[in-house]
Unconditional design. Structure first.
Length: 419
């Protein structure tokens, strides 16, 4: 294997996130819409958004400066085991805790606020009872479908603010109407019936760094989300090659992707729509869960092989609640697992048909968020030539295992030290 660095056409990160939040909220003239002492419920999701605690804290500070009383509402559907305590714990892992400057009000109770497409639209009760709602969300390509609006402010208003009850209802509706139509119709109903004060869209560059934050008043949210999604898609990180015999993934988790590992990277969908996009990967080996996922192993069903240590970390209740709510029990299935990384990788290489192990096209990544540096097998060496976006970071060497047969951590080379 040889370690390489990918170079992507992507904007630099925002240096001062707090100042960027202040700047984008200023034109919205929110102070004229808030009376002193009024409460504002701020959404806080479960995704691993870069610097999410910094962003939420900046929003809290801005609202306090206007005389408002901000509070944080966990908005993550059925994640965290679909319990108030579990969702609080998810936020703590993301750095959203008592130091954020506003109380966190976690509840699974919802209120019906309207109907669309023949089914009820529900809203988190705490948010419903607040004087205003601020929708904060990362805008990115969805893992299951492609449309003008995918994962972002509208999904936060539907799945996030809908809690477990709303998430279950909307996922059932997806089967009949499709993801896009349901999310847009539910989002529009929430904008019509709920007290949405503003939206704050977050877009990351290819290196999982925040490169854009943009505020929007309710009547601008749909248009701006579409614009920001186009940006997010153009900045996305991806694997360097489209044909992969074995993809080794060091870790998966809810903080990495809603499906544990991003299907935009792996090309394997969580649902059974038959829609395909992304690379062609024959075998995927997943070695471990992130600490932040708290035992939620959603997405492991998209792997072909895994390890005993991952299986022993699985919280079945949390994983099953998430998978069943999303109507995707297949993503919670445990694939064949082995006591060591060596055995799991060996099994993947032995199931490639006529492809000889030493000739296999193998890629190793830490997770589907961090693709700036990765390892590829020698079989890709000829394809590296002429690629101006790929840089060798060393000489090829064998995969290194410890005395227990598990892979040693991938080496990390500081970009600042590269010539």
């Amino acid at each position: 294997m040889v370690r390489i660095r990918q170079s992507f056409e992507s904007p630099p990160p925002i240096k001062n996130i707090q100042a960027a939040v202040q700047e984008t909220l200023k034109p919205l003239n929110l102070a004229s819409k808030i009376r002193p002492g009024e409460t504002v419920a701020i959404t806080a999701g479960s995704r691993g958004v870069a610097n999410i605690a910094v962003i939420v804290k900046a929003v809290v500070g801005e609202l306090k400066a206007m005389g408002a009383v901000p509070l944080i509402v966990p908005t993550m559907g059925s994640h965290g085991g679909a319990t108030p305590e579990g969702q609080l714990d998810v936020l703590r892992h993301l750095g959203i805790d008592d130091n954020i400057g506003a109380p966190i009000r976690s509840s699974m109770d919802v209120v019906e606020i309207g109907k669309t497409l023949g089914f009820p639209v529900v809203l988190d009760k705490v948010a419903y009872e607040a004087d205003h709602i601020a929708v904060v969300a990362r805008i990115k390509p969805h893992t299951d479908f492609k449309a003008e609006i995918e994962s972002g402010l509208f999904k936060m208003m539907a799945i996030g603010l809908g809690k477990r009850e709303g998430a279950s209802q909307y996922h059932r509706a997806f089967a009949q109407y499709g993801y896009s139509e349901v999310l847009q119709n539910v989002g529009r109903e929430v904008l019509k019936k709920a007290k949405i004060l503003f939206g704050l869209g977050i877009v990351e560059n290819a290196y999982h760094q925040i490169s854009r934050v943009e505020g929007a008043l309710p009547d601008e949210m749909e248009r701006k989300e579409k614009e920001l999604l186009r940006l997010a898609k153009s900045w996305m990180m991806k694997l360097p090659f489209d044909e992969v015999d074995v993809l080794i993934v060091d870790e998966i988790g809810k903080n990495i992707s809603g499906t544990g590992m991003d299907t935009n990277v792996t090309g394997r969908l969580a649902d059974r729509s038959g829609q395909r996009f992304g690379p062609e990967i024959t075998r995927i080996v997943v070695l471990d869960l992130t600490e932040e996922t708290d035992g939620n192993a959603i997405g492991i069903g998209m792997a072909d092989f895994t390890t005993t240590r991952l299986v022993e970390k699985v919280d079945r209740d949390v994983t099953y609640v998430n998978a069943l709510t999303a109507l995707t029990p297949n993503v919670a299935k445990i694939p064949p697992y082995f006591d060591t990384d060596r055995e799991a990788i060996d099994a993947s290489l032995r199931t490639l048909g006529l492809v000889k192990p030493l000739e296999a096209k193998v890629i190793r990544i830490k997770n589907t968020l961090l693709l700036g540096e990765l390892e590829v097998s020698e079989s890709y060496m000829s394809l590296l030539k002429g690629r101006r976006d790929l840089f060798l970071l060393g000489e090829p060497k064998q995969l290194e295992f410890d005395c227990n047969g598990n892979l040693l951590p991938s080496g990390t080379i500081s970009l600042a030290n590269l010539k």
